[in-house]
Design a protein around this ligand. Structure first.
Ligand code: GLN
Length: 320
């Protein structure tokens, strides 16, 4: 191990020591698979601008990406459908409500933003909307998911896969998400079949990642859309700027204000226990620990990010 690597890893171990004594929070338990994980797992990975990943803890342990997928699917929808079309369907205003709140903008009846379930299901629907702009989409869920998984994999720099058991469970217990999709349909703002839209959404939530993957995905966003490990451009800079903006204001749900104030990085959490954070131009961060706070954000994950931000001066509004 080089001297630089060992200094960074030692520092990350120090964060681990501080975080793992914290046993506050509850596992997500709306499906059995999420409640069955080891609550004490913990990992931090940091990808720097050249793509090197520093990590500690269970950084090669796979868990489901859950709502972190919302940022990626929004990015893919913006890329494929264009900003104008996506904006006609999904707002960019923080809702201040829980992620699964059944709510829409009072005037447009569109979902308030793509980071709550209503907006995320609509973003998935936009990937299913067939036959636009002369492209080859057929509206088929399998096809759309293949494209989606190719995109997620390209951002992570390795082939990702879906957890079939989690997907089956999400599908079996998805009444609330179906209700959201049908409510949007009843308002005339659901751009695809509601069942297909939630199906694609459940599949994307069930994609398995590690914190190393999240860090590389974060560094792809930090790097203006080019994966620094593969050199492959995954997104336009304009799309990246939009996604990072919405992550900043809405990524941590009703915990977003506290997060931006104390950590100051665009981020997205998932009920699987992962958090993806980005320091534009510099770093991608992935953290994992499955116990959640009342907003559905990883307790130790938030704590680790606060640490990183304070110790390394990462808050995006720091003035040198
Ligand atoms: N599959 C979960 C849901 O839709 C994801 C929620 C989350 O990670 N916040 O309820």
């Amino acid at each position: 191990m080089g001297i630089m690597v060992s200094v960074v890893v030692d520092y990350l171990r120090h964060i681990e020591t501080d975080c793992v004594v914290n046993n506050v929070g509850e596992l997500a338990d709306y499906i059995p698979e999420l409640a069955a994980v080891d609550p004490d797992r913990f990992a931090v990975s940091v990808a720097v601008h050249d793509g090197h990943v520093y990590s500690i803890g269970d950084s090669s342990l796979e868990f489901t990406i859950q709502s972190i997928s919302k940022a990626l699917t929004y990015a893919l929808a913006l890329s494929r459908r264009g900003v104008e079309t996506v904006d006609a369907h999904i707002g960019v205003e923080p809702s201040g409500e829980a992620f699964n709140e059944i709510s829409v903008d009072a005037r447009t009846r569109n979902p308030k933003n793509p980071m709550i379930n209503a907006g995320a299901i609509t973003a998935a629907a936009l990937l299913l909307d067939a036959g636009h702009d002369g492209d080859t989409d057929t509206g088929d869920v399998d096809e759309a998911f293949t494209r989606l998984l190719d995109f997620y994999s390209g951002c992570a720099g390795r082939r990702l896969s879906m957890d079939e058991a989690v997907y089956r469970s999400e599908t079996a217990s998805g009444s609330r998400n179906r209700a959201i999709a049908y409510m949007l349909e009843s308002y005339g703002v659901m751009p695809a079949d509601p069942e297909d839209a939630v199906d694609l959404y459940f599949r994307q939530c069930s994609v398995r990642v590690t914190t190393d993957d999240l860090a590389v995905i974060g560094s792809t966003l930090a790097n203006g859309g080019v994966n620094p490990r593969t050199g492959r451009r995954m997104l336009d800079q304009v799309v990246v700027r939009r996604v990072l903006s919405v992550m900043t204001t809405c990524g941590m749900y009703d915990g977003a204000g506290d997060w931006v104030t104390s950590v100051g990085l665009p981020a997205k959490s998932g009920v699987g226990g992962g958090i993806l954070a980005v320091l534009p131009g510099q770093l991608g961060i992935g953290v994992y620990s499955p116990r959640l706070d009342e907003h559905g954000n990883s307790v130790r994950g938030v704590r680790a990010c606060r640490h990183l931000s304070a110790d390394l001066g990462l808050h995006m509004f720091n003035v040198a």
